[in-house]
Design a protein around this ligand. Structure first.
Ligand code: FE2
Length: 290
């Protein structure tokens, strides 16, 4: 079985590309790295794109981009998909380049496109420099924070994430009767979390991105007060991944968790069960409205 090594990029459908650009650059602090028709690519480190917005009336996740380090991993993944009768497309050439990759395997699961990409583009000619005063984002080989998904069937999704994408289960958390499961593919505590919801308003519940310092996070909170970047969950510290974070509403409706201080896991860290409120402190309101 192949194991992806990080959550590399997210593709989001967005109605108002200009409003999203203002939010992403002046609010979050990302940089536009590429424009391509009705598509805008944003970087937060050496990678050409961590978030890609595509003009669309359907404001949800369009694709979740995972990566592998070797092309042979894609061939092995395809062999597994064939043996299990799972449909896929092997994307190369110009089509792969729209995702800044040499080649990728595209799989539709539970109404969401997952892309496993190989050979992703970096930008070394121009070092990343945020348009706002921050030290930077904690990305690199840890990948793009995490995505929290609302899935139609917990067990089927669990199987896809562990047996097809090769994640490890980090933990099960119960907040009241609601179960959240966390999965890791890098040292980051989780790159994907799932909650069962058969008919959600959108499949992505939130996307998390981490800053390098607590001051970066505090300055983002200051910027939120002056921008169309409404805070929907006030600052707090989570159980499970220990991040200090607050949540803002992006112009496309998708919640973004701006964070600092996420927990890193050892390779052999055991799976944990947590029965908690979801936060050590703070995050007092709004979690139910994500
Ligand atoms: Fe989160």
């Amino acid at each position: 079985m192949v194991a992806v090594n990080q959550l590399h990029y997210m593709v989001l459908g967005v109605k108002d590309l200009a409003a999203w650009e203002e939010f992403a650059t002046k609010g979050v602090g990302l940089v536009v790295s590429r424009r391509q028709g009705d598509t805008v690519h944003y970087r937060g480190d050496r990678d050409v794109a961590r978030i890609i917005t595509v003009q669309s009336d359907h404001e949800d996740v369009q694709a979740i981009g995972w990566s592998v380090s070797a092309e042979a991993d894609l061939d092995e993944l395809i062999a597994q998909l064939v043996s299990e009768g799972i449909e896929y497309s092997d994307v190369r050439g110009q089509d792969a380049r729209t995702r800044n990759a040499i080649r990728l395997v595209r799989i539709m699961f539970d109404g969401v496109v997952h892309e496993v990409a190989w050979g992703l583009a970096f930008e070394d000619r121009i070092p990343f420099q945020s348009p706002v005063a921050i030290e930077g984002f904690r990305l690199g080989e840890l990948g793009l924070g995490h995505i929290a998904m609302l899935v139609s069937d917990m067990e089927q999704s669990d199987r896809f994430i562990t047996q097809i994408l090769g994640h490890k289960v980090t933990g099960h958390m119960f907040v009241g009767p609601t179960e959240v499961r966390f999965y890791r593919c890098s040292a980051r505590h989780h790159s994907i979390g799932i909650v069962q919801d058969p008919s959600p308003p959108r499949r992505v519940q939130h996307i998390q991105i981490e800053y390098n310092s607590m001051d970066d996070l505090g300055r983002a909170l200051d910027r939120a007060a002056q921008l169309p970047m409404p805070v929907i969950v006030p600052i707090g510290k989570h159980n499970a991944d220990w991040v200090i974070s607050f949540y803002v509403r992006s112009p496309s409706g998708v919640a973004i968790e701006l964070a600092h201080g996420g927990r890193l896991m050892r390779e052999d860290e055991p799976t944990e069960l947590e029965i908690f409120s979801g936060s050590v402190w703070g995050h007092r309101t709004g979690m139910d409205k994500l």
